[in-house]
Design a binder for this molecule. Structure first.
Ligand SMILES: [Zn+2]
Length: 146
């Protein structure tokens, strides 16, 4: 669990500190890297709930292990998607917040990049369209065959 937090918290903290000093100590911009760089992992909760909807409390202590992916045979992780990074960027660009667009999407990209380095995934695994096309099948997304 600590590994999971640190692998995204530390890079987000570095980005947040850089942003804090570059953008005149704006507290909202300081928090932004944690929103898109750490909290997107909250989407794992949906995968966990779908795998253990009937035995939620029984398996709660295993939620950090990722066993729920194996149990359900699916990987959804909705926010782990390049399409949502692009949507985030375009949304904030539309509202002329280029700072929010760049900082948020950069932190999100760093998160997805780290995940790709830490797990043996198909190169297209973090495209939601690919996961939908493969019906979220773990065999098509995760390259580990063990
Ligand atoms: Zn992640």
């Amino acid at each position: 669990m600590i590994k999971l937090v640190l692998e995204h918290f530390i890079p987000s903290l570095i980005i947040a500190l850089l942003v804090f000093f570059l953008f005149k100590k704006d507290f909202f911009l300081f928090l932004l890297p944690f929103l898109t760089g750490v909290l997107i992992d909250a989407d794992h909760l949906l995968d966990f709930l779908l795998a253990y909807r009937k035995n939620f409390w029984k398996y709660l202590k295993t939620c950090a292990t990722g066993e729920y992916f194996i149990t359900s045979g699916r990987i959804i992780v909705l926010l782990h998607s390049w399409e949502f990074v692009l949507l985030w960027f375009l949304f904030w660009l539309h509202f002329q917040r280029i700072d929010v667009a760049i900082i948020g999407s950069f932190s999100w990209i760093v998160h997805l990049f780290i995940d790709h380095m830490c797990y043996n995934l198909h190169p297209a695994a973090y495209f939601l369209t690919y996961r939908i096309y493969k019906k979220f099948n773990i065999q098509a997304i995760c390259m580990d065959k063990s």
